[in-house]
Design a protein around this ligand. Sequence first.
Ligand code: HEM
Length: 137
Amino acid sequence: MRKAKNLIRQTRYVEQSLFDAVGGEEFFVKLVDGFYVGIESDEVLRPMYVDQDLTEARRHLTLFLQQYWGGPSTYQAERGHPRLRMRHMPFVIDGDARDRWIYHMHASLSQIEMDEALRDQLWTYLVSAAHSLVNTP
Ligand code: HEM
């Protein structure tokens, strides 16, 4: 179901996942690496990550996004069902934390050259996912 939702119509006859359309794993690694450069110096978000060097956190987000957009389901195999809202409950995510997350993701995405329609599609999802994870007024 999710897979079908994320298929984009490339031509009248051929459908391709966004994962393939943006160039696969390399794109997602770049996006998430850039995002974590911002996290590293964020005084509110950085302390939430218990992981010392952010290696695991980086890997989990990369795998999740790849899977969501039609790439390999390694995230599911390693971590099980995403349950993102539940997994974020231990952290205080208020409007400020959400906006900081969005800010760093925007900074990273804007560094990458890509098709603008795909960028919009990805961006709309990321912003709405960030809004859905707010758990503190
Ligand atoms: C709204 C602001 C957000 C904050 C403050 C936040 C913060 C965090 C933190 C602190 C972790 C734990 C990392 C660790 O293991 O050390 C985490 C994990 C994760 N986050 Fe977020 N996050 C946010 C939004 C999002 C969004 C929008 C997505 C997806 C589009 C996302 C996807 C994930 C994933 C996949 C993990 C790893 C889950 C696992 O397998 O354990 N996060 N996040």
